[in-house]
Write a protein that binds this ligand. Structure first.
Ligand code: 5RP
Length: 225
């Protein structure tokens, strides 16, 4: 908890007055939103787009003003967590089921900062089951197509029913083991009709901020915008 908070607060240092900010989803992004709320209450002027209904509600409670895509062309900075991340900044996201909105928001952002605790760092992606958002129609056949790519997809369940995303879709969690070529897998998955998006975030992060148990926080800058 503390480690996630440290990483999140480091990322918030990049936020400047007047910026449009993308708000991530999950227990690490939660701390970034909290910190932003604190700063807004002290006079920081920002507008935000949230990656989930949950984060949107939190932002509203904290007095962060929200904006929508019909009012902007670009987001200045998005801060979000990840489930697994490699040293080149490629990540698996979607453990919290928000991967589609997270990818839309990240892709629209000039700078995308991923915040994690050290447990999320891996040499190769794929131990964490890759979340894939699929439409309910024909989900059984979509899952069969996913399995042909080398995983055993598991439909995400919530209280005995399929878990429904903020976009009204299902999630198939696909454990691939080591993913040797994330780019190739990303494209193969998204070519399947019925797949809306997958949780591989390839070459999207501009920074990765990692919190360590001993209290250290490292900011890895992958590219500057
Ligand atoms: C939600 C996400 C989260 O960023 C990811 O699951 C990490 O969550 P947490 O910060 O709680 O460990 O992708 O869809």
């Amino acid at each position: 908890m503390k480690v996630k908070r440290l990483a999140a607060e480091k990322a918030v240092e990049y936020v400047q007055d007047g910026m449009i900010i993308g708000l991530g989803t999950g227990s690490t992004a939660y701390w970034a939103i909290q910190k932003l709320g604190e700063k807004v209450q002290k006079g920081l002027n920002i507008q935000a787009i949230a990656t989930s209904v949950l984060s949107e509600k939190l932002a509203q409670q904290l007095g962060i003003s929200l904006i929508s895509f019909d009012q902007i062309d670009q987001i200045d900075l998005t801060i979000d967590g990840a489930d697994e991340i490699t040293s080149d900044g490629n990540a698996i996201k979607g453990g919290g089921g928000a991967l589609l909105r997270e990818k839309i928001v990240a892709f629209a952002s000039k700078r995308f900062i991923i915040i994690v605790d050290e447990s999320k760092k891996v040499d190769k992606l794929g131990t964490f089951p890759l979340p894939v958002e699929i439409v309910p129609f024909g989900f059984e056949i979509t899952m069969k197509h996913l399995s042909k790519l080398g995983c055993k997809p598991v439909l995400r369940i919530n209280q005995r029913e399929p878990s429904i995303t903020d976009n009204g879709n299902f999630i198939a969690d696909c454990r691939f083991g080591n993913i040797e070529s994330p780019e190739k897998l990303h494209d193969e998955i998204n070519r399947i009709p019925g797949v809306v998006e997958n949780g591989l975030f390839i070459q999207m992060a501009s920074n990765v901020i990692v919190g360590y148990k001993d209290g250290e926080v490292k900011d890895f800058r992958l590219f500057d915008s």
